[in-house]
Design a protein. Sequence first.
Length: 277
Amino acid sequence: MSDCSSCPSNGKCGNDSGQCGVVNNPANKIKNVIGVMSGKGGVGKSTISAMLASELKKKGYRVGLLDADITGPSACRLMGVTGKKAYSDGKNIIPVENEEGIKVISLNLLLPDENQPVVWRGSLLSNCVVQFWNETLWGELDYLIVDMPPGTGDITLTVMQSIPLAGVIVVTLPQDMVAMIVNKAINMAKLMKIKILGVAENMSYTLCPNCGEKIRIFSGNSGEDFCKENDTVLLGSLPVDPDLAALSSEGKAHLKDEIADVFAQMAQKVIKAVENE
């Protein structure tokens, strides 16, 4: 049974019967849970999750990051906590904090070797995500970012049913095949009555190193067109940039002002969408 008093959706979901399927840890007080999803892998979803968490932290919010991509966890490297381990105090899972003070939980924080494969069936994968939600001692958070797995399978469904999401951010590329697959994720969110906060378009362009001109790499519709077709808003368009790749090796990115501004604006739009609800 859900403990509605400690649920981020308490008083907003229209269900105070405790029969919604969400189980909450009474030790946690989390105001807003934001999912970051895409129907397609390799679009930069985890990078955007990490940078959004970082931007929210810079703005003074208390932030956590839950890596729900169980078979392809990357939060440890992106958040700069490789080599650290989460542990249990006998009752709760204690997450790891990075240098910025962002709390992080990921399966790699519990494995002896990050290269060890996770060869689990769907039910075990889904149960792991639920445990990360209701057994991790998050404490008081303003925002918990959930880095969701690609696709519309078991884990994504579990996140939508078992975690009280305030909304989701959808990550796409300006490429027609990718857009078609990402549309499936958008339609899944709509089917599950999850609010779509907006779209982040990654690999939108590259900057000419000589003149700074934006060069579109893909020939598909722009992010603006994609958002119009799906009746949502564009949170930001990001270029292909080697500085972002530093996240996977250093846990921090030394971003150009233009790219840093996109992430800052993206975070501000998410805050406005959630807190003006």
